[in-house]
Design a protein around this ligand. Structure first.
Ligand SMILES: C[S@@+](CC[C@H](N)C(=O)[O-])C[C@H]1O[C@@H](n2cnc3c(N)ncnc32)[C@H](O)[C@@H]1O
Length: 279
């Protein structure tokens, strides 16, 4: 599917040649049986957001998922969160992502976990979603809006595809009060594909799109503590063989260092929110 230049640059940022073999080789080298994979084997790298699976399961508890709920994960990455939700709640999750390669890898990993009937992945743009109005019971999005300039369109598209009374869960990186962001960062190697807004702007844009805010909290300090703990672990035991570096490649280290500096210096903040399309 052809995207415009801005979106091509985002897709390029998230593309890594031969990601499928990079992942399977790393799993094998780490002693995992790739013909008998479990969700825990993938957890160190398949949830591409701060605090990984823990953050996903915590936020999910606020939503009221049921077996059979229809969920859309916008900017699903390689699909870790969608598989976690499907396994934990028995819901059906559709993942939408701008990266064709991530969709391919997501599908491959879902197949290896035997989840083909519960999750599916579609290559597409969050600003022009290939779904009918009111298609989903729940929407889910984590660490994806930072790459999307037109937040009005993003939230109005989300509102459109959500059923009346449906809830949208958001976990995003937003602008902090400490000044300019350091790049390269995990979501952008340079500023031209980074579009952070303040928490206040996020809240206003969601309300203008028609959402009712059910919860809206700053979890920056929790993210900072998680990174401090991870840093101590790595200093003691060395870098783990499985991690987000598999997705980001050679310049991962500087991106990770900048992520920590951006958080510690209040240049970015973390917001977790649940909002609802009114009945
Ligand atoms: C940091 S990753 C997070 C992936 C996933 N949400 C997770 O937490 O594991 C950001 C993802 O958002 C996707 N993305 C960015 N802009 C997008 C857009 N306009 N439409 C769909 N996906 C987009 C990227 O391709 C990437 O996979």
């Amino acid at each position: 599917m052809p995207f415009n230049q801005e979106f091509n640059k985002v897709e390029e940022h998230y593309s890594r040649q031969d990601l499928e073999s990079v992942i399977l080789e790393a799993l094998t080298a780490a002693g995992r049986d790739i013909d008998n994979l479990k969700a825990e084997d993938l957890a160190p790298f398949d949830e591409f957001h701060i605090r990984g699976r823990k953050a996903t399961l915590e936020l999910a508890r606020e939503l009221g998922f049921e077996a059979g709920s229809q969920v859309l994960d916008v900017g699903c990455g390689i699909g870790g969160p969608s598989r976690s939700l499907a396994l934990e709640y028995g819901c059906h999750v559709t993942g939408l992502d701008l990266s064709e390669e991530y969709c391919r890898v997501a599908k491959m990993l879902a197949g290896r976990l035997g989840l083909e009937s519960q999750v599916s992945y579609i290559h597409g743009n969050a600003l022009d979603m290939p779904f009918a109005d009111a298609s989903f019971d729940f929407l889910w999005t984590q660490h994806a809006s930072m790459n999307i300039a037109d937040k009005e369109k993003l939230y109005s598209e989300m509102w459109r595809v959500l059923k009346h009374g449906g809830k949208l869960a958001i976990y995003e990186i937003v602008e902090g009060e400490g000044g300019m962001v350091y790049y390269p960062s995990p979501w952008a190697r340079e500023p031209s594909i980074s579009f952070l807004i303040s928490p206040r702007q996020m809240q206003n844009t969601l309300e203008s799109a028609g959402f009712e805010i059910l919860s809206f909290r700053d979890t920056t300090e929790t993210g900072r503590s998680w990174f401090r703990h991870l840093g101590e672990k790595i200093r003691g035991e060395g870098a783990p063989p499985l991690g987000i570096h598999l997705l980001l490649g050679a310049d991962f280290r500087i991106m990770a260092q900048n992520q920590v500096r951006n958080l510690e210096e209040d240049r970015i903040a973390l917001i977790e929110a649940v909002v609802q399309r009114p009945w």
